[in-house]
Design a protein around this ligand. Structure first.
Ligand code: TRH
Length: 413
């Protein structure tokens, strides 16, 4: 008995030692600082900070930022530099830029007018910055690092930033619980340096205004259908042949797309649908394992499709679920609806997509029971030939998407 007590006391003491010596990870990996080094670049230059240009990372957000940046470069006639802060470019990523851009190294004082600077492996390395540099960022951590680096740079070299272009594509504190990252993301919107806020959608701009944020200059633009998808849509002539197929936007690694909620919905639906054996459920977005739903059905992941493959799947799918826990619509519900997919999506704060076109089913309460019932209703009305519905013209073609660039040009001068 006494021996046992002693043993227990020793074990307790050992645990206490372990607890006391375990190191806490206090690092916020995304904000590994940028180091600016002064140079005298001869021309005005626009800099875009993005996490990556690798195909597996480029979804709606990065591709829209690149599209805007390239138009801004064209319209201002300034030089340009794309800085990759999270992932080194793969060969597949480099290919489309060959001949148009020169890849440079950190610390290299290059005068090339079009540069791409991989800067993810940046410990002990600097990027050259001059008085002629303008910075655009998308993603709170790129904003944070640029703002922080400029504060040091201004103190040491007397160079303050030109107005930043903050290309805001979501309310990013919302990517986290109330936490360190929530506060850091929030701080980037309140930074003391002047910022031109460019919002991806008026909905998102309104959400910021309703929540008390303010920027000296604010612009917004609306989503527009991706060119490859549009070309495919144009070949369909307003009609599509549909399979008994449900498409979900399945990204288990991206919390705001509420993957587990979609699975919970489908697990209810499989027991409601009388002709369930005839239905197939595809998940596109991120590769994941096959998920058993019960009643002999499972969700098959097709990963991130090429845009051509994605267009095919959109054409063939009868119904869809694409959720987005954010005031931003996200692109997939709009893409599905444009291809005649009856797509269930959620409202959020001031967001309600019900008026986009008649294929959107916008649900205010997203409880799995209710959504499964709605899906059952949709699937029970299945017919193989569908009309794609009335085109949302502004979404399908809008050549003047960024017409406010003219105003931005005058601010940048
Ligand atoms: O970059 P995204 O993950 O999302 C971001 C943010 O969510 C943000 O809120 C929003 O502002 C911003 O995008 C625009 O991308 P999103 O909106 O989920 O779009 C996905 C895009 O990926 C879509 O336009 C088409 C493409 N896609 C593929 O290329 N292959 C695929 O298999 C699928 C499903 C999509």
């Amino acid at each position: 008995m006494k021996k046992n007590l002693i043993k227990r006391a020793i074990r307790k003491a050992a645990n206490m030692v372990v607890e006391e010596t375990t190191t806490l990870d206090t690092n916020v990996a995304e904000i590994t600082p940028y180091t600016f080094r002064k140079t005298s670049f001869p021309n005005k230059r626009l800099n875009l900070l993005v996490p990556s240009i690798n195909p597996e990372h480029v979804f709606g957000g990065i591709s829209t930022a690149l599209k805007f940046f390239e138009e801004l470069v064209r319209k201002t006639g300034y030089d340009s530099r794309i800085i990759l802060v999270d992932a080194a470019p793969s060969d597949a990523a480099k290919a489309p830029y060959e001949g148009r851009y020169v890849f440079v190294e950190p610390d290299q004082d290059s005068q090339e007018p079009r540069q791409i600077l991989p800067y993810s492996d940046r410990f002990g390395k600097s990027m050259l910055v001059s008085e002629q540099d303008y910075f655009m960022f998308t993603g709170w951590w790129t904003a944070f690092c640029a703002q922080e680096a400029y504060r040091r740079f201004e103190k040491e070299c007397g160079i303050s930033p030109k107005p930043f272009i903050n290309f805001i594509q979501d309310y990013e504190p919302g990517f986290y619980p109330w936490s360190t990252r929530y506060l850091l993301a929030d701080a980037t919107y309140k930074d003391e340096y002047p910022q031109i806020a460019v919002f991806n959608t008026g909905l998102l701009r309104d959400y910021f205004l309703q929540n008390g944020y303010h920027f000296p200059w604010m612009f917004s633009f609306e989503p527009v259908l991706n060119g490859t998808l549009k070309n495919h849509l144009d070949t369909l002539g307003g009609h599509a042949s549909k399979k008994k197929q449900i498409l979900i936007y399945g990204r288990p690694g991206t919390e705001r797309n509420a993957f587990n909620l979609i699975i919970a919905i489908l697990k209810k639906w499989v027991w409601m649908q009388e002709d369930i054996a005839q239905w197939e459920i595809l998940s596109a977005g991120e590769q994941h394992e096959t998920i058993d739903l019960g009643n002999g059905k499972s969700v098959r992941s097709v990963g991130k499709l090429t845009l051509e493959q994605y267009a095919q799947v959109l054409e063939q799918s009868y119904a869809g679920i694409s959720l987005m826990a954010s005031p931003h619509p996200s692109y997939p519900p709009l893409e599905m609806a444009s291809f005649g997919v009856k797509v269930i999506t959620n409202t959020f704060a001031n967001k309600d997509l019900k008026d986009f076109n008649e294929n959107i089913v916008s649900m205010n309460s997203i409880s799995p029971d209710l959504v499964a019932q709605k899906l059952h209703e949709l699937c029970s009305a299945y017919h193989s030939e569908v009309s794609l519905g009335k085109r949302n013209q502004e979404y399908c073609e809008n050549p003047n998407l960024f017409s406010f660039i003219e105003e931005i040009k005058t601010i940048l001068k």
